[in-house]
Design a protein around this ligand. Structure first.
Ligand code: AMP
Ligand code: MG
Length: 408
């Protein structure tokens, strides 16, 4: 199915991207440097954890022989964490033991300090113990050689802790994509220079660079290419050394929209140009010399929307994520949404949590030239093409960009 003017639909465009983009080849990385990256292999524990039976409490360890509340045991030694008890214990003896310290071989039960009374060199049990209580057994969490995590798993803080506990010092991960960012337009000036007549600040760079950094990507800034073939060609050549090249502007049907033409001179293979959506219709996608290339429209809300809709899934795929598409969330609309638009729309908006339900409020200014709509937006609402008016209170699904404050 094609929409008006034979353009792809959003879903078809996503399919083209996910067909064309593959995870970056894995690299061996030191564990602390792998934060946010995705595992490319299965990782096995280097040893048993815990390495030995040990105490889960600060208390007294002994061999269970039916002891009950009121029974007494002689304290025959002290085992702090990191040490071990050298002597031997009789049935009437216990050792004082700290959390994490290995249990003497004849012990199988730990009485927490709180459940004992110390009288001279003896303890009295102030509760009846259960055999085996408060003991963590060797290999209880994992055994040597046991798989800890598999390929496709992102390494966040919890994974860091688990892998470190298992002795993993280095691992194979898909590297963080290097993304070259090119702005195009004769009207652009860099932030810090006063815009002259007809000029505006290159704000797209700052929005996209920030989004890329938030996603853990490395940004290669390519500056502003003027709307002439020579300048564009030189900067595009440099951009094709990165894993991904993103340009903004110059992909529409204007007289000076040269981006696609120059890309073709650099071996660009077209994935698609133009998608039946609003904003973002002129978006361009393909590959050149193994680099994934996006030409985003110049309008700020259009470049931000096409970044979320198309670039982010491609980045997640490059980085090795198995679920490249944004999560969807069921919401209730707080405002009416006008109908009568031919193309599928994506509306920026904010989320609020109310008694376990999420409310979605569309941003007031949705024009593709607007910077304001994006600020604070937490979700994009897809509205089908040719939709009638949709009234407040209707339940719909949004693409989740950020959780609302307090929602995480
Ligand atoms: P274009 O896609 O090149 O036709 O540009 C469409 C609109 O987006 C024009 O109004 C441009 O001035 C504006 N625009 C293009 N690039 C940028 C940029 N890097 N930052 C802010 N606005 C831009
Ligand atoms: Mg332009």
């Amino acid at each position: 199915m094609k929409t008006e003017e034979n353009m792809l639909t959003y879903q078809q465009a996503i399919d083209v991207i996910l067909q064309a983009v593959q995870p970056l080849p894995p690299v061996e990385t030191a564990l602390p440097d792998a934060l946010g990256m995705v595992l490319a292999e299965s990782v096995e524990a280097c040893w048993d954890l815990p390495p030995a039976d040990n105490s889960a409490m600060d208390g007294y360890a002994f061999a269970f022989a039916g002891q009950r509340e009121g029974d007494e045991l002689a304290v025959a030694g002290f085992v702090p964490a990191g040490a071990s008890f050298a002597g031997r214990l009789s049935q009437k003896e216990a050792v004082k033991i700290m959390t994490g310290a290995p249990l003497p071989p004849e012990c199988d039960t730990v009485m927490p300090v709180e459940d004992t009374a110390l009288e001279g060199n003896r303890i009295r049990l102030t509760r009846s113990p259960q055999k085996g209580q408060h003991v963590r057994s060797r290999g209880e969490e994992f055994g040597r050689g046991e798989p800890l995590l598999g390929p496709g798993c992102p390494v966040y803080s919890g994974e860091m802790g688990l892998l470190a506990a298992g002795g993993i010092t280095a691992l194979k991960v898909h590297p963080t994509p290097r993304v070259a960012l090119l702005s195009t337009g004769d009207e652009l000036v860099e932030l810090g220079s006063a815009p002259g007549p007809g000029q505006i600040v290159n704000s797209n760079f700052h929005l996209l660079a920030a989004r890329l950094q938030e996603s853990g990507c490395r940004v290669v800034p390519l500056g502003i290419a003027r709307d002439n073939p020579q300048d564009l060609s030189a900067r595009i050549a440099k951009g094709l050394e990165a894993d991904m090249l993103i340009s903004t502007g110059g992909v529409s049907v204007g007289d000076r929209d040269y981006v696609q033409e120059i890309l073709l001179e650099h071996g660009f293979e077209l994935g698609f140009w133009r998608v039946g959506i609003k904003p973002g219709k002129p978006v361009l996608f393909g590959t050149a010399r193994g680099t994934t290339v996006f030409g985003l429209p110049g309008n700020p809300a259009a470049s931000a929307a096409t970044f979320e809709l198309f670039v982010r899934p491609a980045l997640r795929r490059l980085a090795g994520h198995r679920d490249p598409l944004p999560p969807r969330l069921r919401v209730t609309l707080t405002a009416d949404i006008s109908g009568g638009e031919k193309r599928q729309r994506f509306l920026w908006g904010t989320l609020q949590e109310r008694e376990g339900r999420y409310l979605f409020t569309p941003s007031p200014r949705q024009g593709s030239g607007q910077n304001r709509s994006i600020q604070g937006a937490q979700a994009l609402l897809p509205v089908p093409g040719d939709s009638p008016e949709i009234i407040a209170g209707t339940e719909m699904e949004v693409l989740l960009l950020r959780l609302p404050p307090g929602g995480a």
